[in-house]
Design a binder for this molecule. Structure first.
Ligand SMILES: *C/C=C(C)/C=C/C=C(C)/C=C/C1=C(C)CCCC1(C)C
Length: 244
């Protein structure tokens, strides 16, 4: 029986290192969001709560993924996708909560959530099922991803953000950049970890970028960054009301 509480981390184990640091960062961010929640106007509290839930769910998964990696030296694909299938829809909920002031509908929220589920389920299929066509499933996943980008940057969500204007529009635009640039990190990780990319995975491996390192960096940027954008929106909106 293994009675170790923690296994040794090699100095060049970047995957193990980023799981460890990622876990701590997600925990710290959760404490920060939960504790700051009540200092804002009531209408922002749910948004900050959701920010905290996103990093908290990730912290718990990172705790297990760190362990899984240390024990098996193998990608914790299952836990990774369970984390994403819980947190990415919550990020879609954030868009809805922010745009509610401009009249965002539940239908828009569910459309975004639905697209994110398609993106993740097809990605999981391409990554986890043996002998599957990773490029094909990655492509389907990518189409769902671009649909999300379309909705928030050009479609209904964009129209609502423009209608709301001011701080809400500014925050919405920043969140869009996270989705367009920050989320684009994930397909790179996917390509580094699957085959069938006509050598693209070789280039990524050549830079000695491991799939899990790429995913871990992506998660830290996107989950904590996303939460901080919502935090500053709540802070600036609550402050400007105080002055008025
Ligand atoms: C907190 C976790 C987040 C924001 C995860 C986001 C994940 C993605 C945007 C994944 C996208 C993928 C593609 C667009 C194609 C290849 C397969 C995926 C699932 C890695």
């Amino acid at each position: 029986m293994n009675t170790l509480l923690v296994s040794k981390l090699a100095t060049d184990d970047y995957v193990g290192f980023t799981f460890f640091v990622g876990c701590m960062a997600m925990m710290a961010a959760s404490v920060f969001f939960f504790f700051s929640m009540n200092s804002f106007d009531k209408k922002w509290r749910t948004s900050i709560l959701v920010s905290g839930l996103i990093t908290f769910i990730a912290a718990v998964h990172y705790y297990y993924m760190r362990d899984y990696w240390a024990e098996n030296a193998e990608s914790p694909t299952f836990f990774r996708y369970v984390d994403w299938i819980l947190t990415v829809p919550l990020m879609c909920v954030e868009f809805y909560l922010i745009l509610k002031v401009a009249g965002a509908t539940k239908k828009l929220m569910w459309t975004l959530i639905g697209a994110s589920v398609v993106m993740l389920v097809t990605g999981y299929w391409g990554e986890a099922v043996p002998d599957t066509n990773a490029a094909l499933w990655g492509g389907v996943s990518g189409a769902a991803y671009f649909y999300i980008v379309y909705l928030i940057m050009f479609g209904e969500a964009k129209a609502l953000a423009t209608k709301a204007g001011g701080n809400v529009l500014a925050a919405h635009n920043t969140l869009c950049k996270f989705v367009l640039i920050g989320w684009a990190i994930y397909p790179l990780g996917y390509m580094a970890g699957t085959s069938g990319w006509y050598g693209a995975e070789g280039i990524l491996f050549g830079m000695s970028l491991d799939m899990d390192v790429i995913y871990n960096i992506g998660d830290a940027i996107n989950k904590i960054g996303f939460g901080l954008v919502v935090y500053s929106l709540a802070a600036s909106s609550s402050a400007s009301k105080e002055v008025a």
